[in-house]
Design a protein around this ligand. Structure first.
Ligand code: 9D3
Length: 269
């Protein structure tokens, strides 16, 4: 898998390329990352990459031409490297608050492809004609404002690369295993390590019991109650996907009874 990043700040990508799980996988050749700076595709003495918006308004707009030349260079290099079949070029994806929000299901689909050319915007925006001519898809990270597309692109790349075969250790992979009863799209249960008592707080007793079945039930119940409290939407999704069994439903009923507020309906008083 290969990602080609069109960016005015190529140095930022050292974070995902060289550090942690994604950095280790990059060093092992499982994926690669190339950067293309639109400034290197300018022809004027000032190496101009932006200009004032037609119609007025605040901020600057990225010029279409340096972006277009950078995309063409990335496409040619990918073809030259044999990453994509000539009849199946990589998609050109713009990181943008106007895109569809990235999530785990989308990361899994990306992990089955050969990568992408990712466009990172800066300033107030990008000339729409570049987007119309080159961009296949826009991807957002969520409803908050970033200063540019680079951090979004790194989040996307990290979320995809960690799903590639051989990237995670066995121990890391276990938590991704769809057969692992501790997950099914729910929030994870709390984790504890030594010491057994820290500043007067003990580790929950079931985790010290050595009874694997009891530990699994405790973790599942913690997972269900945390998810019910913080992300009830994920309970609904797991139920719809058929990932909650009869014992889970009994545990959820128990959780609901112990956390339910008195109802505000027509009471006697
Ligand atoms: C605050 C400026 N906005 C107009 C009032 C427009 C705007 C321009 C450029 C907003 C954000 C950006 C830069 N953001 C991204 O490039 C970006 C992003 C984001 O801001 N939020 C969530 N996901 C993403 S992906 C790329």
């Amino acid at each position: 898998m290969r990602f080609d990043l069109i960016t005015l700040f190529p140095e930022m990508f050292a974070a995902v390329r060289d550090q942690g799980v994604s950095g280790r996988a990059h060093a092992r050749g499982i994926w690669s990352l190339e950067t293309w700076n639109p400034r290197d595709f300018t022809t004027d003495v000032h190496r101009t990459v932006d200009d004032r918006p037609y119609g007025g308004g605040p901020g600057m707009v990225m010029l279409a031409e340096p972006l277009a030349l950078a995309v063409e260079a990335a496409r040619a290099a990918r073809l030259q490297a044999g990453v994509d079949a000539p009849d199946a070029p990589a998609p050109v994806v713009l990181l943008s608050p106007a895109g569809r929000t990235h999530d785990q299901a989308r990361a899994q689909r990306w992990a089955e492809r050969t990568g992408a050319i990712l466009i990172c915007g800066r300033y107030e925006g990008i000339d729409q004609r570049f987007i119309d001519h080159y961009v296949d898809e826009e991807v957002s990270l969520g409803d908050f404002v970033l200063s540019g597309g680079e951090l979004g692109a790194m989040v996307l790349v990290d979320s995809v690369v960690r799903l590639l075969p051989g990237v995670l250790h066995d121990a890391e992979s276990a938590v991704q295993d769809s057969f692992n009863p501790a997950l099914s799209g729910l929030l994870d249960s709390p984790h504890y390590t030594r010491p057994e008592v820290w500043r007067g707080d003990a580790v929950p007793e079931p985790l010290l019991s050595g009874h694997h079945a009891r530990i699994a039930v405790w973790r599942r119940d913690q997972s269900l109650s945390l998810t019910a409290a913080r992300r009830p939407d994920l309970i609904h999704r797991a139920r719809t996907a058929g990932d909650l069994d009869a014992r889970d439903e009994r545990a959820l009923n128990q959780i609901n009874r112990s956390t339910a507020k008195p109802d505000a309906g027509q009471g006697s008083g």
